[in-house]
Design a protein around this ligand. Structure first.
Ligand code: SF4
Length: 253
C-alpha cells in the first residue's frame, strides 16, 4: 500500500496529526541512536523479547523500526473485542505490511460473555472495581498469555505521557524477580513531537483517530478525544482520578 493511498492521509490544507505535532527535539538523532541500540539489545541480550503494540503512535514507530532494521522481535496486539473499527483496520494493514509476525491475543470469549451478562456492557463506568475487572478479562489475561516464555517485552511508554510515567527508565527491571520479565522502553526519552517527526519522515501508517485528537488510544468505550490544553492521557478513563489511570499493563510496582 502506498503512503498516498492510506485511508488517513488528509488531502488539502486540513490539519492532521503530522502537521500538528511533528517537531523533533534538538537531540532527536541521539535519541534515535539510543532507541535503536536498545531494540538491538532486545534481539540479542534480552532475547526472547516481544513488542506489545496497542497500535498507537509510539507503537507504530517501534514496529516500523523493528521492520526497517530487520530485527527479530515479534510483535503482539491485544484485541480486546472493544477496539475502535479504525484500530481494527490498522491491525489488518499492519499484519499485511509487517515482515515480523504480528500475533493477536484475544480474551476468553466465554469469560467476556459472562462478565457482560453479570455486569452489563457499560460496567466500566459504574466503579473502579468493575472497570479493572473488565481490563483483567479483556487485557491482563491475554497479556499474561502473550508474555509466556518471554524474557523481555518492548513498550511504547514515554516519560512525557503522564505523571505516572515521569520516571520510566529505558530498561525496567522492576518485575524481573517476581515475574522474570524485563520491560524495555526504547522511546522513554522521546517527545510527542519526536514520535510524529519519525512518522512523517518514514510515512508510517497510523491510526486515523490521532487526526481526530485522540493522542492515546485504547478500547472504544474507554477512550475519547481531548481538547487543547488537556493532559495527554486525559482521554483515557476520563471519569476516574488521575492516579487510577492505568489498566494494569503498566501499573507501578
Ligand atoms: S479499557 Fe475499558 S473496555 Fe477495555 S478492557 Fe479496560 S475497561 Fe474494558
Amino acid at each position: 500500500m502506498s503512503a498516498s493511498s492510506l485511508p488517513h492521509r488528509i488531502q488539502g490544507n486540513t490539519p492532521n496529526a503530522i502537521s500538528l505535532h511533528a517537531n523533533p527535539s534538538a537531540n532527536y538523532a541521539d535519541k534515535l541512536v539510543e532507541t535503536l541500540a536498545l531494540l538491538k539489545q532486545a534481539e540479542t541480550e534480552f532475547s526472547p523479547a516481544t513488542q506489545a503494540s496497542s497500535l498507537g503512535a509510539e507503537d507504530v514507530v517501534i514496529t516500523h523500526l523493528i521492520n526497517h532494521h530487520h530485527l527479530n522481535v515479534p510483535v503482539f496486539v491485544l484485541e480486546t473485542g472493544a477496539l475502535h473499527r479504525e484500530t481494527q483496520a490498522l491491525l489488518e494493514r499492519t499484519q499485511a505490511q509487517s515482515s515480523v509476525p504480528i500475533k493477536v491475543y484475544r480474551p476468553d470469549l466465554e469469560k467476556v460473555i459472562n462478565f457482560v451478562k453479570s455486569h452489563g456492557q457499560d460496567a466500566m463506568y459504574e466503579s473502579l472495581e468493575l472497570r479493572k475487572a473488565c481490563c483483567q478479562v479483556r487485557k491482563l489475561e491475554p497479556l499474561a498469555e502473550a508474555l509466556k516464555g518471554q524474557r523481555a517485552w518492548v513498550t511504547g511508554l514515554r516519560r512525557e505521557q503522564s505523571n505516572n510515567r515521569a520516571d520510566v527508565p529505558l530498561i525496567d527491571r522492576t518485575e524481573e524477580v517476581t515475574k522474570g520479565l524485563i520491560k524495555l522502553n526504547p522511546l522513554a526519552n522521546w517527545t510527542w513531537g519526536d514520535v510524529w517527526h519519525y512518522i512523517a519522515l518514514h510515512q508510517v501508517d497510523y491510526n486515523p483517530l490521532h487526526d481526530q485528537f485522540f493522542p492515546s488510544i485504547g478500547c472504544a468505550p474507554c477512550t475519547r478525544a481531548i481538547s487543547l490544553g488537556e493532559e495527554f492521557r486525559s482521554g483515557r478513563w476520563w471519569w476516574e482520578d488521575e492516579a487510577a489511570k492505568e489498566c494494569g499493563l503498566h501499573a507501578k510496582a
